[in-house]
Design a protein around this ligand. Structure first.
Ligand code: FES
Ligand SMILES: [Fe+2]
Length: 358
């Protein structure tokens, strides 16, 4: 680990050392110092709408279960049994208790340990201290965020001005209709996935469809970093070509990144919204999902064209990040370079990583 501590802070033009994209020790530090302490998007409140419903998710590498208890309070627990550590819940559903499938230790929806088979006969367990570990959970409209750090500041501070910007663009997040969750597994480090999101320098080259629709020139496509928030906004081209219909209330695309791993997208056109995390599973493997929501009035044809457009961009990005991973893991080149303007959000992201690990 000495190697991580000794690396100089990334300047405007040098990337992070490429060993940081493959080294398990670096991911271990990131889990501890970044993902254990940050607000992260985990799912929607309507996934646990009714009393007794639960939904398994994760925050970084920590398994989490969201629960709506009998009083209809939304709760989050570490989804790990206090007996010998099994995952308790999979998927989602409705239950009056949470029972571990290994030896049937059973917890209430408030996290209390209610019963452990044979424990009365054999003794030695203090059930009052063996409840599920609670986690901080807060919501922005229908969106649930969890932070494993009990001393973290409020979610509202973490979100910065993103809710206001989304509202000002004409979107009422509470009124949107949920469309679908798109999941993906990428053979790339989570930072490569994040950095790819944080610049559109690659757009004219690697996203011909997106660039025919959105004006990605440096004059029109704006980049902005503030604290843990990094934002990009871009208008449609005056005469967008070959894509879904970009006309509508939403005049500019908005693409926000909330450090360390929450992505929020709004495309030009009818009110639409997607949100999801970039979750490190292994140094070279990342899990992502995006929840898509849309104006309830938007017609199905428009919705499918917009989703197809976004899926094409996503598939192009998958190829890009996996090719970068293959390059940086080769070991003979130690680092890369960043353009001072077009890649300044990448530099900002990298400086936040360095600060967190320092
Ligand atoms: S590990 Fe859960 S009951 Fe044994
Ligand atoms: Fe991209």
């Amino acid at each position: 680990m000495g190697r991580v501590e000794n690396v100089a802070v990334a300047g405007a033009s040098r990337t992070l050392p490429w060993s940081w994209y493959t080294d398990p020790a670096v991911l271990g530090l990131e889990q501890e110092r970044i993902f254990r302490r940050s607000w992260q998007y985990v799912g929607r409140a309507d996934e646990v709408a009714e009393a007794g419903s639960f939904s398994a998710t994760r925050v970084g590498h920590i398994p989490v279960v969201l629960v709506r208890d009998e009083e209809e309070t939304l709760r989050a627990f570490v989804n790990v049994c206090r007996h010998r550590g099994s995952i308790i819940c999979d998927g989602s559903g409705k239950r009056s208790t949470l029972q571990c499938p290994y030896h049937a230790w059973t917890y209430g929806l408030d996290g209390r340990l209610i019963s452990a088979p044979r424990s009365n006969r054999e003794g030695g367990l203090d059930s009052s201290e063996l409840g599920l570990i609670p986690l901080r959970a807060e919501t922005w409209g229908p969106f649930v965020f969890v932070n494993p750090d009990p001393d973290a500041g409020p979610l509202a501070d973490f979100l910065e001005d993103v809710p206001e910007r989304i509202a000002a663009s004409g979107i009422d997040v509470g009124a949107l209709r949920f469309l679908q969750r798109s999941e993906s597994s990428l053979r790339a480090n989570w930072k490569i996935c994040s950095e790819n999101f944080l610049e559109c320098y690659h757009c004219p080259v690697a996203h011909p469809g997106f660039s025919a629709a959105v004006d990605v020139s440096p004059e029109s496509y704006l980049l902005e970093a503030y604290g843990n928030r990094m934002s990009q906004t871009g208008p449609p081209r005056p005469e967008p070509r070959g894509s879904y219909d970009l006309r509508g209330e939403i005049e500019r695309g908005q693409f926000h990144f909330l450090f360390p791993n929450t992505v929020i997208n709004v495309m030009p056109g009818r009110p639409n919204f997607s949100i999801g995390p970039i979750v490190p599973l292994e140094p070279e493997r990342t899990y992502r999902f995006l929840d898509y929501l849309v104006d309830p009035e938007a017609d199905d044809a428009w919705v499918s064209e917009m989703l197809a457009f976004d899926a094409e961009v996503g598939a192009e990005d998958t190829r890009l990040v996996e090719r970068v991973q293959e390059g940086v893991r080769s070991g003979l080149v130690g680092e890369g370079r960043l353009l001072p303007e077009s890649e300044r959000l990448v530099a900002h992201f990298q400086s936040l990583v360095v600060d967190a690990l320092a």
